[in-house]
Design a protein around this ligand. Structure first.
Ligand code: PHE
Ligand code: FE
Length: 284
């Protein structure tokens, strides 16, 4: 993570990968669909087939239902096609971007119900693991959740909250909330069992099962202050996952003004990624 910039919703924004030479002022570009090679289309289909096999029983129902209705099987999706379905479901729109975008640009898009999706696809040697979001991570991990109205509302509120956090110098705390919910969140399903809803988990061939099945990580009931105090790992599986009871809980718990929370956080010590607190509601 670069030192001169605040963390970019959990991902580094230095040494940007992608072609930023033809973008508009809001960092959007054309998808330019025909530039994808047949090799890339083939790689997408392999990524998709491997990952969708792993979804049943691990991803939450809302995610799986939306995923199965999306036109992902034949190749890299077209923004226009997904956008028609998304507009009807929640009014969100995907915008194509060259890669990671600056925090404020990202927040502005979310606040306007636009989700930035990276246009490039990972190389063959990155088939199993990639450090930056690519078109597969964004479409497979993030896009299906934008079809769930409550979660889609949370994402917009997060964008608005990001603009405010920037003014208050609170981005590092807020980025932990993004990380432990949008990227690595778990939810208790209607059957009472744990399910993945975080995009970083859902697009990973190994963490998708590790997060809900391994006895190793800590799983702790959602707590706003607890999450914002907790540092995270960007180079390996998470040591702690936070579990929400429902997307309504997530939306409501994050609705109040965070200003007093940020004041409190300034006085509290940070927690290590594997910290165990006496007051943690440990989920088994
Ligand atoms: N309620 C938050 C604030 O006042 C905004 C927010 C909502 C942030 C949802 C994140 C997620 O800053
Ligand atoms: Fe992501």
């Amino acid at each position: 993570m670069s030192l001169e910039q605040p963390p970019n919703h959990g991902q580094s924004s230095h040494g940007l990968r992608g072609d930023y030479s033809h973008m508009r002022p809001d960092y959007t570009v054309e998808q330019d669909y025909d530039r994808y090679t047949s090799e890339q289309q083939h790689r997408w289909r392999r990524l998709y087939r491997r990952q969708i096999e792993l979804v049943p029983g691990r991803a939450c129902d809302e995610y799986e239902r939306a995923l199965r209705a999306l036109p992902y099987e034949e190749g890299i999706p077209r923004f226009g096609e997904v956008n028609r379905a998304l507009a009807a479901a929640t009014g969100w729109q995907l915008v194509a971007v060259p890669g990671l975008v600056p925090d404020l640009v990202f927040f502005e898009h979310l606040a306007g119900r636009r989700f930035p999706v990276t246009v490039w696809l990972r190389e063959e040697h990155e088939f199993d693991y990639i450090v930056e979001p690519d078109v597969f991570h964004d479409f497979f991990g993030h896009v299906p959740m934008l079809f769930t109205p409550t979660f889609a509302g949370y994402m917009q509120a997060y964008g608005q909250g990001g603009l405010k956090a920037e003014r208050l110098g609170a981005l590092e705390w807020l980025s932990r909330l993004y990380w432990y919910t949008v990227e690595f969140g778990l939810v208790r399903g209607k059957d009472g069992l744990l399910r993945d809803y975080g995009a970083g988990i859902l697009s990973s061939p190994s963490e998708i099962s590790y997060a809900v099945e391994s006895p190793r990580p800590r799983r702790v009931g959602f707590g706003l202050l607890r999450i914002m105090r907790t540092r995270y790992r960007i180079d390996s599986f998470q040591e702690t996952y936070f579990v929400i009871d429902s997307f309504e809980q997530l939306f409501e718990a994050t609705a109040p003004d965070f200003t007093p929370l940020y004041r409190e956080l300034a006085r509290l010590p940070e927690l290590a990624p594997d910290a165990a607190l006496a007051e943690d509601r440990v989920v088994s």
